[in-house]
Design a protein around this ligand. Structure first.
Ligand SMILES: [Zn+2]
Length: 485
């Protein structure tokens, strides 16, 4: 068959047709609502030990039964913020050098540790870009505090207590004497449950602080955490909305009232928002944030489930927190820490988990953040790790993370003892897909195995800081008094 040699006009015609079709595809894609079907939320089911899966394959989803509110299926979100609104940020001087093209009216300041800082003004729609600059050029997340006006930024630095928080020791000594509880908890951590929570949260189009998804996903966390409390009278949850620049996204706080040291508060926190660095304030941006930081919320959720499942009652009061608007300047955690400071709440220890599920190559299993943290608490974290995780063959490292790198910095600034355990990352240290559409379980081998270690660390921290009251919740009104915890 003689080959078909098209004439120049035919060629031209074909070319035109393909351009027309291509363009209409794009237009169609642009117009068509991106339907992201949310995975079914994790269910509060009885222990199902050892549900393994072939590594890397997405898993079948359990039907939901825990009455958690149905997730939104809307694809468009309503606008809450003016992209041109001024935002006042506090950064390190080094970070400022990198972002000065986006900022104006900069003034030099120092915090109580003597760290050279800058207060400058940016536009709201360049927040993503600031985040991307910090990530790409400084290989870390966060990097700034944000305020709605300059006076608040100045007042924040004026009241800074970081130096005090980093050096003082609150509890006479963090003790290690609750193995009975912790050793019972550690084997109960289930990778599948952590996977389910990450999968569910990362199936929201985004959890951006100003989008409706950012609000509804936070409300889902609150309802889900409350469902794990299963009617225990001494467990309450709230949406913290007293943050003036968190738009419509609340922070979530679950409180387990302490038995005999109720005025000493132990905090475990992670941030519940997500961001795509290319977003320019697009409320419909695609920002799954599976590792950053759905993995942290999932780690705390599994810690909470295990601690509450057997009616454990702490001696000290415990607060689990999901912070709003971390990606746009640590706004939620800063608002909470400042309000605790001004109402004189006695926080004795804060654990931050931000990104727990990525490990690639020959790197330690987790890293202690070395800076902007309390010295005593860091030493205690090392002791906890060496006592409870090292015997399981796990290894630890440490890394400096810089100014305002995650929510623990809000507590440090407010004068409270805080520290953070960070994921292993890759050979060059950080998670390559942070703040992108590829921050998904697929890029983490469709597994939450790395976060299992962090849930075990969080359980060790919880047991050894909050301790165990000599009572246990057995349902019904009055707890039964039982000797020896
Ligand atoms: Zn993060």
């Amino acid at each position: 068959m003689k080959p078909f040699l098209p004439s120049p006009t035919t060629l031209l015609l074909c070319g035109l047709i393909s351009i027309v079709t291509l363009r209409s595809d794009n237009m169609r894609a642009a117009q068509a609502p991106v339907v992201r079907t949310l995975a079914a939320p994790p269910v509060a089911r009885p222990n199902a030990q050892g549900v393994a899966n072939a590594a890397g394959t997405p898993r079948p989803r359990p039907a939901w039964t825990d009455g958690t509110a149905a997730p939104p299926t809307a694809t468009t979100s309503w606008s809450q913020t003016d992209p041109f609104a001024p935002v006042y940020i506090v950064t390190s001087r080094d970070t400022y050098q990198g972002i000065r093209g986006l900022a104006r009216d900069a003034v030099g300041r120092r915090d109580s540790t003597g760290m050279p800082l800058v207060i400058s003004e940016i536009r709201a729609d360049s927040l993503g870009e600031i985040g991307r600059h910090v990530h790409v050029n400084e290989r870390r997340c966060g990097g700034f505090f944000a305020f709605p006006n300059r006076a608040q930024a100045e007042a924040f630095l004026h009241a800074d207590r970081s130096r005090q928080a980093m050096t003082k020791s609150l509890l006479a000594s963090y003790t290690l004497d609750n193995q009975a509880t912790v050793d019972r908890w550690l084997p109960q951590v289930e990778e599948r449950r952590i996977y389910d929570t990450i999968n569910y949260l990362s199936s929201y189009r985004n959890r951006y602080y100003a989008s409706s998804f950012g609000k509804t996903s936070a409300e889902w966390i609150r309802t889900h955490w409350q469902s794990l409390a299963a009617g225990r009278s001494y467990v309450t949850t709230e949406l913290f909305t007293a943050c003036t620049n968190c738009s419509t996204q609340p922070s979530v706080i679950l409180t387990i009232q302490g038995w005999d040291l109720p005025n000493e508060v132990v905090v475990l926190g992670a941030h519940l928002d997500s961001i795509n660095a290319n977003n320019r304030n697009d409320l419909n941006q695609l920002a799954p944030g599976a590792d950053d930081d759905a993995s942290g919320i999932a780690t705390l959720t599994e810690t909470l489930r295990i601690a509450l499942s057997e009616g454990w009652r702490p001696r000290r009061t415990v607060k689990f927190m999901g912070y709003a608007a971390e990606e746009v300047g640590l706004r939620g955690s800063n608002a909470i820490a400042q309000s605790f400071r001004s109402s004189g709440v006695n926080v004795v220890a804060v654990l931050q988990v931000d990104m727990t599920n990525y490990k690639s190559g020959a790197v330690p299993d987790m890293k202690l953040i070395a800076d902007y943290s309390n010295a005593d608490l860091k030493n205690f974290f090392v002791t906890l790790f060496d006592t409870y995780l090292a015997p399981r063959g796990l290894t630890r490292g440490s890394v400096a993370c810089g100014y305002a790198c995650s929510d623990h910095a809000s507590w440090t600034n407010a004068g409270y003892p805080a520290a953070m355990m960070f994921e292993a990352g890759g050979p060059n240290g950080s998670f390559p897909y942070i703040h992108t559409t590829s921050d998904t379980l697929a890029t983490m081998g469709e597994s939450a195995q790395n976060s299992v270690k962090f849930a075990q660390f969080a359980l060790a921290y919880l047991g050894e800081t909050a301790k165990t009251a000599p009572v246990r919740f057995t349902g019904g009104p009055a707890p039964v008094f039982r000797e020896g915890g």
